[in-house]
Design a protein around this ligand. Structure first.
Ligand SMILES: Cc1ncc(C[n+]2csc(CCOP(=O)(O)OP(=O)(O)O)c2C)c(N)n1
Ligand SMILES: [Mg+2]
Length: 277
């Protein structure tokens, strides 16, 4: 079912706020990963604010859905969304990447409420998510595991080993989501490691494949609804996105994977997000 116009407006306003806060914060701390954080904004917002069953008051609730940010470098956006959801005070965002903060540069499940799995090394999240799926089935818990990957991450062979296991164990409680922005750290994914037909690849590994616009919260929610109806096999949603989405001079540029934002760039980015003429 489609989101109401009011709900869509609410979600878009949230995403704009998250983008502005992210730029503000990454500029102030002079570090972080803007590109992949801006890219995954709507995916995280759709999950935490519409589709996933989570309880910020009880992060370890056994019946919860598990959201694994396997592209862990997008931690700043994950933290911003978790804070808004109530897992910890928004005020704590200021401590991002500082010594002794529980908001480290990459997500740490032992430190941060709401973080399901410690990630950062690419290629581990999907395998862990498949394990969670099998565990939930063995425990008769009806919950979904969402695993959000980057397209550069697909270069890791462990991703495809995890896919084979997911098919073998018929993990229909797995919804993998690919943040398909076609760019990684050092260049485009086609330059670094061409993946060919990603839809066909996942399908041949036993997945049911869905496609959507990864910057349209409504379309993401619809794809999740469809994925959750699949029985007997895992699903993947290929969400078409833009790295650096929302800031014209960052969009599609691998240079903005992990670069500090200078004062001039900060002013330009904020003016653009505010819609200044
Ligand atoms: C195993 C491993 N190799 C290399 C890196 C360094 N690294 C961090 S992010 C990144 C690129 C990831 O690209 P992608 O998955 O497309 O993420 P996004 O575009 O969404 O930022 C690389 C190579 C890493 N974190 N882990
Ligand atoms: Mg990418």
């Amino acid at each position: 079912m489609s989101l109401s116009t009011a709900k869509k407006g609410e979600m878009n306003a949230l995403c704009l706020k998250f983008r502005m806060d992210l730029i503000e914060l990454l500029h102030s701390i002079q570090t972080g990963h803007p590109g992949g954080s801006l890219s995954v904004c709507e995916i995280l917002t759709a999950l935490y604010f519409e589709k996933a069953k989570v309880d910020p008051k009880n992060p370890q609730w056994p019946e919860r859905d598990r959201i694994v940010l396997t592209k862990g470098h997008a931690a700043p956006m994950l933290y911003r969304v978790l804070a808004e959801k109530g897992f910890f005070p928004v005020e704590e965002m200021k401590t991002l990447r500082q010594l002794n903060s529980h908001l480290q540069g990459h997500p740490c499940a032992l430190e941060t409420p709401g973080v399901e799995l410690s990630t950062g090394p690419l290629g581990i999240g999907l395998a862990a998510a498949v394990g969670m799926c099998v565990g939930l089935k063995l425990s008769n818990i009806d919950a979904t595991v969402y695993a959000i990957m980057g397209d550069g991450e697909l270069d890791e062979g462990t991703v495809w080993e995890a896919c084979m296991s997911a098919a073998k164990f018929k993990t229909d409680n797995l919804v993998a989501i690919l943040d398909y922005n076609h760019v990684q750290l050092d260049g485009t994914s086609d330059e670094i490691m061409p993946m060919g037909d990603v839809n066909a690849k996942f399908a041949s590994f036993g997945f049911e494949v869905f496609n959507c616009d990864g910057h349209d919260v409504d379309a993401i929610c619809e794809a999740i609804d469809k994925a959750k109806t699949v029985k007997g096999k895992p699903s993947v949603i290929i969400a078409e996105t833009i790295k650096g989405k929302g800031i014209s001079f960052m969009e599609g540029k691998n240079a903005w994977h992990g670069r500090a934002i200078n004062d001039e760039e900060y002013k330009l980015a904020m003016a653009e997000l505010r819609g200044d003429k």
